[in-house]
Design a protein around this ligand. Structure first.
Ligand code: SF4
Ligand code: SF4
Length: 71
């Protein structure tokens, strides 16, 4: 898992959905405790850890970690 979405911080602006070059983010159908729809990952194996989504997020709701490719 490289993409960590803090669903409580997400406000559903969908910037990350729009800018992910791999198109693996989309708006979910559930709401968080604040009443906002939040983003989910669709095909996380395709994530390149480019961190564009994290850079675009105005709420800093996304964190990207890079996994060792050894394992
Ligand atoms: S790190 Fe890059 S490829 Fe992965 S979800 Fe974010 S924008 Fe998409
Ligand atoms: S950019 Fe941030 S706040 Fe906007 S939908 Fe994506 S995770 Fe949520």
């Amino acid at each position: 898992m490289n993409v960590h979405i803090n669903t409580l911080l997400c406000k559903g602006c969908a910037f990350c959905v729009k800018y992910c070059p791999k198109k693996i983010l989309e708006m979910g159908t559930e709401r968080n405790k604040k009443g906002h729809f939040f983003v989910i990952t669709t095909d996380e194996e395709k994530c390149t850890s480019c961190a564009i989504c994290a850079a675009m997020c105005p709420e800093a709701a996304i964190e990207i970690t890079k996994e060792d490719s050894n394992g």
